[in-house]
Design a binder for this molecule. Structure first.
Ligand SMILES: Nc1ncnc2c1ncn2[C@@H]1O[C@H](COP(=O)(O)OP(=O)(O)OP(=O)(O)O)[C@@H](O)[C@H]1O
Ligand SMILES: [Mg+2]
Length: 233
């Protein structure tokens, strides 16, 4: 079991008001699954993804990642886990603008202590994999949105993460670029990559194998999408 959430809750304190963003979530995700999380605005999707990505801690319950209770880890241990085990893709790409595509992809490799020549060859290999071999030395602000998202995916995959997390990865893209990104996710999934992706769009959720619906901080449905892409466990 890669992801094991046990009665996880998250309460934000905003001034005097307590917001119960997640309420006793039980969730298991196995290695190799491609899961879509859907739900209305404010239902807790990003809160859940932030917990899965160790960007924030639950206020109740336990999150076990790959057999390890994350609640027992220090902040610096969590930072290491984020770097080694988790890749993030965001709606707004989050690339460093005055850096090249290559620099952006090298960064997580540098943090992981990979030697500089190995950083460069791995980053080149990843950018080639996402179809950007002719854009390696472009600055990220010289790339189209779809290209920037491909750099972000290459960066997310740099340290071969056990878990790829995506929050509305196609939300800022035109429909063709969005389809290209989803095709890339489907192909990564066929190679065994575990993916958890947030989306508002039921058609996009259909590309995953499993669809989890959140409403008001609770899981209200957890079902197979019937997608024909094979589930690898
Ligand atoms: N840092 C915070 N402090 C206080 N309340 C927060 C914080 N972050 C989120 N919330 C609240 O928690 C609830 C869930 O927010 P969350 O961002 O997880 O929703 P979401 O499903 O991702 O929505 P969207 O589709 O709009 O991105 C919302 O009511 C939101 O206002
Ligand atoms: Mg959100």
């Amino acid at each position: 079991m890669l992801i094991d959430l046990r009665q996880v809750s998250k309460t934000y304190q905003a001034g005097q008001v307590a917001v119960h963003a997640l309420k006793t979530i039980h969730l298991h995700i196995a290695k190799g699954e491609f899961v879509a999380i859907i739900g209305q605005s404010g239902s807790g999707k990003t809160t859940l993804l932030d917990i899965l990505g160790c960007l924030s801690r639950p206020t109740g319950g336990e999150y076990w990642l790959d057999g390890e209770n994350t609640g027992a880890l220090t902040e610096s241990q969590l930072t290491t886990i984020r770097n080694r085990k988790i890749g993030f893709v965001f709606q707004t790409f989050h690339l460093l603008p005055r850096k090249t595509a290559l620099d952006n992809v090298q960064l997580p490799l540098m943090y992981a202590g990979v030697s500089r020549p190995a950083q460069i060859s791995r980053a080149q290999e990843l950018l080639t994999q996402v179809g950007l071999e002719d854009r390696i030395t472009h600055y990220s602000n010289q790339l189209s949105g779809g290209q920037q998202q491909r750099v972000a995916i290459a960066r997310a995959l740099a340290n071969r993460p056990a878990l790829l997390l995506a929050d509305e990865p196609t939300g800022n893209l035109d429909s063709q670029s969005g389809k290209d990104i989803l095709d890339m996710f489907a192909s990564l999934h066929r190679e065994g990559q575990t993916i958890v992706m947030i989306t508002h769009d039921p058609l996009i959720a259909q590309r995953a194998q499993r669809r989890i619906t959140l409403a008001d901080g609770r899981i209200t449905a957890d079902e197979s999408t019937g997608s024909r892409d094979p589930v690898l466990l």
